[in-house]
Design a protein around this ligand. Structure first.
Ligand SMILES: Nc1ncnc2c1ncn2[C@@H]1O[C@H](COP(=O)(O)OP(=O)(O)O)[C@@H](O)[C@H]1O
Ligand SMILES: [Mg+2]
Length: 444
């Protein structure tokens, strides 16, 4: 996070510059109006004002968009960091931790994305109060203490904003929880699409997914209504404030000349935008907080404690398990009182009935299986070839090399030793045949 500090500061600084430039219309308007009204003002003054107005407007928008771009990048980096942390955590959760896959998918895709999306608004929301304050002070020069009415209106509208933002945050949290369930169902549906189609189970599956969506959609609808309410309050606060300022100023005998009136309206623009940015930023902050809390709670979950140790005094390639018990979920161990000694170079076959615990034994060596007592010592690296193949979308040769460099002699030795040559003959382009996603055109 520390590495992102500079980008954050740059984005803030650019936004601050943009805010400063946004005041130029208010400064320059009275001069322009004066120039138009008074023929004695020299011609070049008019040109100067126009050039100044155009230049500051261009510079202002450059600063604004560059700040948004920087904050977007910042959001993207934070998002990537969070995704990496979630991924790392997901691989370290113990068996039976009760986290459903939909929750993890949603943390990845939904929650981190909200944070990424909200980043530019967070930056503008942090700076806007300064702009707002500047605009109120500026207004004070024209209408005196009546400018404080703007502050009064904002303060009165504030609790309404807070209340609605809190409500939205609660809804957002509930929506994400519902989305977890829906995502779990849709992921299962897509993963098992073959079985679903074979047995024509589409309808019951769709019914399940739809009922999960119903609860979600109701809340999304409520959230949209609430959001519309927030926008209504945000949009009207500044108009009400301007109306009140002018009303009271006029009632107590205040008079604005035409150039002053233009300026007051220009200043009101400087109040309207930052006011809505601050409110929107607050709203997004409450959303993001819901997501950050979810991610935080996930990252704080207990992890599997590593129990496989490496003993450097033993030769590389040796395995030793002593009096160990391993269990999956219940308290009853699946593997009880295991003692196993394997020396380097030895070939060991494990034979047993289905469900007797052969795969579990391999899992115990990988440190994947919950462990209760004893000791497990594996010296050297472990390579695990699971029963279920994972094939990626490339040629058969690429799948065998799996990222390693092609060394013809070594490759030929490996494919001969594994008797793959006869299999290659069945493919139209030998080992250069393309295999589809998830190995769709391979069997067995
Ligand atoms: N990932 C798992 N989670 C919970 N229980 C499991 C898991 N894998 C296997 N088991 C249970 O452990 C026991 C041994 O299974 P397993 O090791 O797969 O046997 P084998 O490979 O010899 O057929 C079975 O009762 C099985 O239900
Ligand atoms: Mg097995």
């Amino acid at each position: 996070m520390y590495a992102l500090k500079n980008q954050f500061l740059l984005s803030m600084f650019l936004f601050l510059l943009y805010c400063a430039f946004s005041f130029t219309p208010s400064v320059i308007l009275p001069h322009m109006v004066n120039y138009v009204q008074d023929p004695s003002v020299p011609y070049w003054h008019g040109i100067l004002y126009t050039v100044f107005a155009v230049l500051t407007s261009i510079l202002g928008s450059l600063c604004y968009y560059h700040s948004q771009w920087q904050s977007g990048l910042l959001g993207m980096k934070i998002r990537t960091m969070m995704m990496a942390a979630i991924y790392r955590k997901a691989t370290r959760l113990p068996k039976g931790s009760g986290v459903n896959s939909g929750h993890i998918v949603n943390l990845f895709a939904g929650d981190t994305n909200l944070i990424f999306d909200g980043m530019p608004q967070m930056i503008s929301g942090l700076i806007s109060p300064i702009q707002l304050l500047g605009a109120v002070v500026f207004l004070g020069f024209y209408v005196g203490y009546y400018c404080l009415l703007v502050v009064v209106v904002i303060v009165l509208a504030f609790p309404i904003n807070v209340l609605m933002a809190q409500q939205s945050s609660k809804l957002r949290y509930a929506i994400q929880q519902k989305a977890d369930v829906r995502l779990k169902l849709t992921t299962e549906f897509i993963q098992g699409i073959r079985i679903v189609k074979y047995y024509a189970w589409e309808k019951p599956f769709l019914k399940n997914i739809n009922s999960a969506r119903d609860g979600e959609i109701d809340r999304v609808r409520s959230l949209c209504i609430l959001r519309a309410g927030v926008m209504f309050v945000i949009g009207n606060t500044s108009s009400i404030a301007l109306g009140l300022v002018l009303l009271f100023y006029g009632l107590w005998g205040g008079k604005l000349k035409i150039d002053e009136a233009f300026t007051v309206i220009a200043i009101m623009n400087n109040i309207r935008l930052p006011l809505s940015w601050t409110s929107i930023a607050y709203l997004l902050y409450t959303y993001n907080k819901a997501s950050i809390d979810r991610i935080g709670a996930f990252l704080k979950r207990p992890e599997r404690t590593p129990y496989v140790f490496s003993d450097d005094s033993r030769p590389v390639g040796s395995i030793s398990i002593e009096n160990a018990d391993f269990l999956w979920t219940s308290n009853e161990p699946v593997l009880k009182n295991i003692n196993l000694e394997v020396n380097p170079g030895e070939k060991v076959y494990v034979v047993g009935k289905v469900g007797s615990g052969k795969s579990s034994l391999v899992m115990s060596l990988l440190g994947e299986m919950p462990f209760s007592t004893g000791s497990v010592c594996v010296t050297g690296k472990v390579a695990y070839v699971p029963q279920q193949a994972w094939i990626y979308n490339a040629t058969v040769r690429d799948n065998i090399l799996f990222g390693s460099e092609y060394d013809k002699d070594k490759y030929d030795k490996v494919v001969t030793a594994t008797s793959l040559l006869t299999d290659f003959k069945q493919f139209h382009a030998g080992d250069l045949t393309e295999v589809g996603d998830r190995g769709m055109n391979l069997s067995g």
